[in-house]
Design a protein around this ligand. Sequence first.
Ligand SMILES: *Cc1c(COP(=O)(O)O)cnc(C)c1O
Ligand SMILES: [Zn+2]
Length: 424
Amino acid sequence: MSTTTLSHPGTRPLRDGAFGNAVHLVCRECGATTALGPSYACRECFGPLEVGYDYPALTREQVEAGPKNIWRYQQLLPVPADITASPNMEPGFTRLIRARNLGRALGIERLWVKDDSGNPTHSFKDRVVAVALSAAREFGSTVFACPSTGNLANAVAAAGARAGMKTVVLIPDNLERPKVVTTAVYGGTLVAVRGTYDDVNRLASEIAGEEDGWAFVNVNVRPYYAEGSKTLGYEVAEQLGWRLPQQVVIPVASGSQLTKVDKGFTELVRLGLVEDSPYRIFGAQASGCSPVATAFKDGHDVVRPVKPDTIAKSLAIGNPADGPYVLDVARRTGGAVEDVTDEEVREGIRLLARTEGVFAETAGGVTVATLKKLVESGRLDPDQETVVLNTGDGLKTLDAVADRVGPAATIDPSYSAFTAAGLV
Ligand SMILES: *Cc1c(COP(=O)(O)O)cnc(C)c1O
Ligand SMILES: [Zn+2]
């Protein structure tokens, strides 16, 4: 942590309005504020910083008149009003589908799937990277970088390419091959590191501590990056007709997404854009990497790091930075954090595909399987309106189900062969 003040992702003087309605960074531990800039750790206590705002008066009509992507919420993000003038991705406004069949299978009356596989690089990471890119640009960063469990690698490589920035992406060397290919194709420098994600993340912090001008989206630009996840909460509420759902199930890797969906809901209430109604937030992890679920069940405030061993690689963070805040949100809202086995993850992927025609990656399998487990154990109320997030695309993790599904038969191209196979 002592290296945090030694280097910076950029030192360009900030433009007026570079961060829109954001006014400062505030420590999530001690509440100390600091000027907007390339900082991520509190000078007083080393706690993580987050973005604070001077909230505008914002109406539903104003939002609805905006572009059909996350920039419709520009006023609630640390990005300039002219955000759409510079090359960036246009993620978000992904579909929210009514999941009647899955709901019937699980006994949940009003169930929705928020399908973030529809983003530019097919995961929710495009949201956070787009906001981080804007910050990196304002800081004058020269390198756009990240340590990644896979989806972030895709999003950083693609957004950096579009913005014409030099990218450096660090991944564990055991990543699914599709995620390697779909990162490398965008050019830039892709480095496979022998170790777990947590080793890769440590290396990134070390590089960030030594090299000036490097914007590691989820390390030294993390306060800005994290804000992008709020748009998931905004969209769910807007797509429900400006209403908060009663229950939400969210996958947990570092835990940032889950805590920011909660922040997004809170802001909508504060701005009067939705009615103040109670909601419960549930976290989902794979049993092979479930440090937050374990802490939740044990009643602990501290999350003890683990060494991941699961097919849900996009969630395989053994030492989650936002773990304690996930515990806070789950406990405060009356939710829970639960975990499911890899076998249940594979089943979850197939269940969602067969009932709703949505092919999720392993993280989506984790979330659907957790939803099932929560409702079966009586902790999720089947009579309340529920939203489950699918955060990534099954095409990137084909191996998870490849040996379970396939053609019913291989036949010669004749009608008699077809009927002889006895398929219909
Ligand atoms: C990164 C990721 C998550 C979780 O993100 P955190 O904010 O780190 O908890 C969930 N789903 C997918 C597909 C991801 O790639
Ligand atoms: Zn502090």
